[in-house]
Design a protein around this ligand. Structure first.
Ligand code: GLA
Length: 396
């Protein structure tokens, strides 16, 4: 995996094509590309009918592929080059080792079950520049790139909402991670130079213009890897379900602050805190979207701070290293161009996102790295990103 942004998108594509040719001795016919994503605000509420506000980032999964005239798929992952896989396309796909291939198998099976079949045999090389387990949707990007590849192989384009659900289902059933819909939606629907406001109840999306000449998005990967399929994430989901039934409501969108107080005694203290996070985070995300659309960034910073504190104290999905990163950013403050900072993704490790005035971003990155290294002895990966467009298919 390449972690330096001294490689351009075009270089990444060339590298994927070259690696394909090395493995299969012919050039690829197409490239299926999906970006990763980072979420500005709206955490752990995509599975609670909430709003989320991500952007697709300039880190990609690129799949170079070509028809091979057989009824099987031969796949190589650049991240696990010793674990090449062959899949028989006339059979039902089931989860099996190696783990990386289950993202592919799950999506193939989704298409098979929906009668988009038979699929012609193909060879594929998967190249990724999205750090794994860093809260930047490396899994969703593989799923979406695979779905885009299958559309290319079949010469069809499926309804994008159907595509995102198919990818989400693949992750849930083939990797055991009961994810929400945010990651796959961002990988598919994002527009260049825009944030994507997703209403996770209606599945409607709205593009919010984002001027990166003024404000930059900085991602800091703590290098602490989360393992969400091991139960923490599922446990939080379960607790929000318990809270919603205690609140006697069908949807979180119908829950007010007043309801929280009225039904407080119907919940354990822990479940009440989870509920308080959900209600507050839905409100914060709607407000943040409005402020960003109006260019009122000073108000966004405070909402990001509240979001982090709520994830840390009420939802309890942060960790020491993420807190160090956000606190270091907060301490640098407005003089250093810092607008806001918070943890992102499922938590327990992974990354933070900071919004920083573009003129001060270089110095911010340097200071954040130094600060984190001194406090933890860990070298973080800190990089500026830009809002890019969602997945696409390219002919070579
Ligand atoms: C993971 C999941 C998403 C979302 C986030 C938390 O990344 O895949 O669906 O729930 O956690 O906001």
């Amino acid at each position: 995996m390449n972690n330096n942004r001294d490689i351009s998108v075009n270089d990444e594509r060339a590298e994927a094509a070259l690696a394909f040719e090395k493995c299969f001795s012919v050039p690829p016919q197409w490239l299926a590309v999906s970006p990763g994503k980072v979420n500005v605000i709206g955490e752990h509420i995509d599975y609670c009918d909430g709003f989320v506000l991500p952007l697709a980032i300039d880190r990609y999964v690129t799949i170079a592929f070509a028809l091979n005239g057989t009824s099987q798929a031969n796949l190589v992952s650049g991240q696990f080059p010793d674990d090449a896989v062959t899949m028989m396309l006339d059979e039902e796909q089931k989860p099996s080792p190696p783990a990386w291939a289950n993202y592919v198998r799950g999506v193939l099976e989704g298409f098979r079950q929906r009668d988009f079949w038979p699929l012609p045999g193909f060879d594929a090389y998967i190249y990724s520049s999205i750090p794994m387990s860093a809260g930047l949707s490396s899994s969703a990007a593989i799923e979406v790139a695979v779905a885009t590849m299958i559309e290319g192989l079949l010469g069809i384009k499926i309804d994008p909402v159907r595509k995102e659900k198919l990818c989400q289902r693949a992750e849930q059933t083939f990797t055991g991670m009961p994810c929400g819909i945010m990651d796959q939606t961002s990988c598919i629907f994002s527009k260049k130079d825009h944030l994507l406001l997703i209403d996770c109840l209606t599945k409607e999306t709205a593009d919010i213009a984002f001027d990166s000449k003024k404000v930059s998005v900085v991602i800091a990967d703590s290098k602490i890897q989360r393992r969400l399929s091991e139960g923490n994430y599922a446990n939080r989901r379960k607790q929000t379900d318990i809270a919603l039934s205690a609140l006697n409501k069908k949807s979180w969108r119908d829950v007010s602050d007043q309801d929280l107080e009225i039904f407080r005694d119907a919940m354990s203290e822990v479940v009440f805190r989870r509920a308080r996070h959900v209600v507050g985070e839905i409100r914060r995300t709607q407000l943040a979207a409005k402020h960003i659309a109006n260019g009122e960034f000073d108000k966004v910073g405070e909402l990001m701070r509240e979001s982090h504190l709520s994830l840390r104290d009420d939802f309890q999905v942060s960790c020491k290293e993420l807190d160090i990163l956000v606190e270091a950013a907060w301490e640098m403050g407005p003089e250093a161009g810092v607008i806001g900072s918070r943890m992102v993704g499922g938590g327990f490790g992974g990354s933070t996102v900071s919004l920083v005035e573009s003129s001060k971003v270089g110095e911010f990155i340097k200071k954040l790295k130094d600060n984190y290294r001194i406090q933890t002895n860990i070298e973080p990966e800190v990089f500026q990103t830009s809002a890019v467009a969602g997945a696409r298919l390219l002919e070579v």
